[in-house]
Write a protein of this length. Structure first.
Length: 218
């Protein structure tokens, strides 16, 4: 029986390449693809795939917060995170959001196939490079990745609003997108600044880029 997959990847050219690779894997059926986190949630709700192959950096709603919604509302769909970050903070953040697997973007076709099949069976999959990063400090080379995740200070709604602020959306635009009042958005923004110790919007943008919530090209 084919593994039914939804693909969510921000960059159109990368998404097209991944679609081509997925179609080369026997017994994999792609039910839909998107470059938007909210649309990924909608596609999962509509198509009920076995696996959602999910990029982290996506506009509107990032892949990790989309993962949290999917795994909460559709527990039969496994999420395989697709990432360029081989470090402990991103991996543990993905696990906290409910992801079953974590695959690096430089993976081979063979590894992509292996990861999809493992995750579809409900097994946890982790790219070898991330496994090495998770080894005890005395057993690996390179920097240690044990730093606390600063995004843990924020609620899911606050992360969502922070991302939209960093993407350049106005207070009114955020309010309309999230069906909130402008005053509620302003209150969230004030609390985000207070929790992060940041005093202005440019500082919030720099923070969001630094922690990978948005890319520098946003």
């Amino acid at each position: 029986m084919a593994i039914r997959v939804i693909l969510a990847e921000d960059f159109a050219l990368v998404r097209a390449g991944l679609l081509r690779l997925l179609r080369e894997i026997p017994d994999v059926a792609v039910l839909g693809e998107t470059g938007d986190g909210r649309e990924a949630v909608r596609l999962v709700s509509e198509q009920k795939p076995d696996v959602a192959l999910m990029d982290i950096s996506m506009p509107g709603l990032n892949g990790l917060d989309a993962t949290a919604i999917i795994t909460r509302d559709h527990p039969d769909t496994r999420v395989l995170i697709l990432s360029m970050h081989a470090n402990e903070v991103y991996y543990h953040r993905a696990l906290e959001m409910g992801a079953t697997g974590y695959l690096l973007k430089d993976a081979s076709l063979h590894e992509l196939e292996h990861a999809l099949k493992a995750v579809a069976r409900g097994e946890r999959y982790l790219s070898p490079a991330v496994s090495r990063a998770l080894m005890p400090p005395g057993m690996r080379k390179g920097p240690a990745w044990g730093k606390a995740d600063p995004l843990r200070a924020l609620t899911p709604r606050q992360r969502e609003i922070l991302q939209l602020i960093a993407e350049g959306h106005s207070t009114r635009g955020i309010a309309e997108r999230l069906s909130l009042s402008a005053k509620t958005v302003e209150t969230h923004r004030s609390r985000i600044m207070e929790r992060l110790g940041i005093r202005d919007v440019p500082g919030l943008v720099r923070f969001a880029i630094r922690v990978g919530l948005v890319s520098a090209e946003t």
